[in-house]
Design a protein around this ligand. Structure first.
Ligand SMILES: [Zn+2]
Ligand SMILES: [Zn+2]
Length: 176
């Protein structure tokens, strides 16, 4: 199998964690991970046996990748609203491509036991909503000013949970 990133024909089996073997590229250190094997690992490993986290730069393959197995286009999935990193998946083969450092990132984000949820529409929708919220908040922070926005935000959080929300909103809108 050829590496989908650097096209080198040298994917070799290597343990990402004890009992979890990926096909790792010797050049870019990306790894192809079979989700069937991964799911088995999730059910049978003990988190206490995880390798310690390694700090290191994460490579990100920005271009669309072709699955090393079937040559079909892989789909990129965002991990979360707080990170720009995306994981590639071939839905036909159920194989994920992790760029160098992305397994470490999954562990950092505590996603290493729930990788398949990242590939769901619900997960991706949630990220889009969070990002929308972040940009709306940024917009209002600029409009209102940092200090006052913080007050308004705290007030809104309190208000949104208040049982008399409707009445309070009406009161605020009264022009005395
Ligand atoms: Zn490679
Ligand atoms: Zn494939």
């Amino acid at each position: 199998m050829h590496c989908p990133v650097c096209k080198e024909p040298d994917l070799e089996p290597r343990e990402l964690e004890r009992g979890l073997v990926g096909a790792v590229c010797q050049s870019c250190e990306g790894a192809l991970l079979s989700l069937i094997q991964y799911r088995y690992w999730v059910d049978h490993h003990d988190d206490k046996e995880l390798k310690p986290l390694e700090e290191g730069p994460i490579k990100e393959s920005e271009n669309a990748l072709l699955c090393p197995k079937c040559q079909k286009m892989m789909t990129k999935y965002r991990l979360g609203a707080g990170t720009r990193h995306r994981i590639d998946l071939c839905g036909h083969c159920d194989e994920a491509w992790l760029d160098k450092g992305e397994w470490q990132l999954l562990k950092q984000l505590d996603l290493h036991n729930q990788l398949p949820s990242v590939f769901t529409e619900a997960w991706q929708r949630n990220i889009r909503k969070q990002k929308e919220r972040q940009s709306l908040e940024k917009h209002y922070e600029q409009e209102i000013g940092e200090e006052d926005f913080l007050k308004v935000k705290t007030f809104k959080e309190w208000l949104d949970k208040h049982p008399k929300l409707g009445q309070i909103k009406h009161y605020i809108n009264i022009k005395f």
